[in-house]
Write a new protein. Structure first.
Length: 159
C-alpha cells in the first residue's frame, strides 16, 4: 500500500476511486487503508501548496540553523519540542553536520522574523547559536515547480 501513500503525497485531492485505480486495489480496500493510515497517524494531514507570489501576498520565509547543547536523557527532543510549539515554525528537522536543527519559519516582514530569532529562539535554554538564511525565491517545493508569472501587458499612452 506504499503506492497509495505516494499517490496521496503527490495529489491529496484525488478521489478514492482514482487512488484505488492508480494503486491497483479495490476502492473499499483503498478507503479502509486511508482510514487506518489516518488513525495510526501515518497520514498527519492534507495540505495545499500555495504560490503566494501569484496572489501578491508578501511573506518572508527563513531557514534558521540552530546549534544546541543536547540535554541528558532527552537529547535534542526537549529543545526541539519547545521550538516547534511556536506558530511561526512551519517545519523543523534534526540535522547532521555543522548545526543541529533546521527550522523553517514564515513571517510578514524581515523584522518579524528577526524578532522571532532574537526574542524567542535564541533565548531558549540550550540554544547556543543561530544563523538565519532568508529564502529569496522558491523554485520547487514538495515536488511541485513554481512557474514564473507571465509578464503583465501594459498599455502605454503617449501624448
Amino acid at each position: 500500500m506504499e503506492k497509495l501513500l505516494e499517490l496521496l503525497e503527490q495529489d491529496c485531492t484525488m478521489s478514492t476511486a482514482a487512488l484505488a485505480a492508480a494503486a491497483g486495489v479495490p476502492e473499499a480496500e483503498a478507503k479502509a487503508a486511508i482510514r487506518r493510515y489516518e488513525d495510526e497517524q501515518v497520514i498527519l494531514g492534507y495540505q495545499a501548496i500555495i504560490d503566494w507570489d501569484r496572489v501578491r501576498r508578501e511573506t518572508v520565509t527563513a531557514l534558521i540553523e540552530v546549534k544546541v547543547t543536547p540535554q541528558s536523557i532527552s537529547g535534542f527532543d526537549r529543545i526541539a519540542e519547545r521550538i516547534y510549539q511556536y506558530d511561526e515554525v512551519e517545519s523543523m528537522y534534526l540535522m547532521s553536520g555543522a548545526f543541529d536543527l533546521a527550522v523553517i519559519i514564515s513571517g510578514r516582514t524581515l523584522r518579524e522574523v528577526a524578532q522571532f530569532v532574537g526574542e524567542r529562539l535564541s533565548t531558549i535554554q540550550g540554544v547556543t547559536g543561530t544563523a538565519t538564511h532568508f529564502i529569496l525565491k522558491k523554485y520547487k517545493e514538495k515536488h511541485l515547480v513554481f512557474r514564473p508569472r507571465e509578464p503583465e501587458e501594459r498599455e502605454y499612452i503617449f501624448t
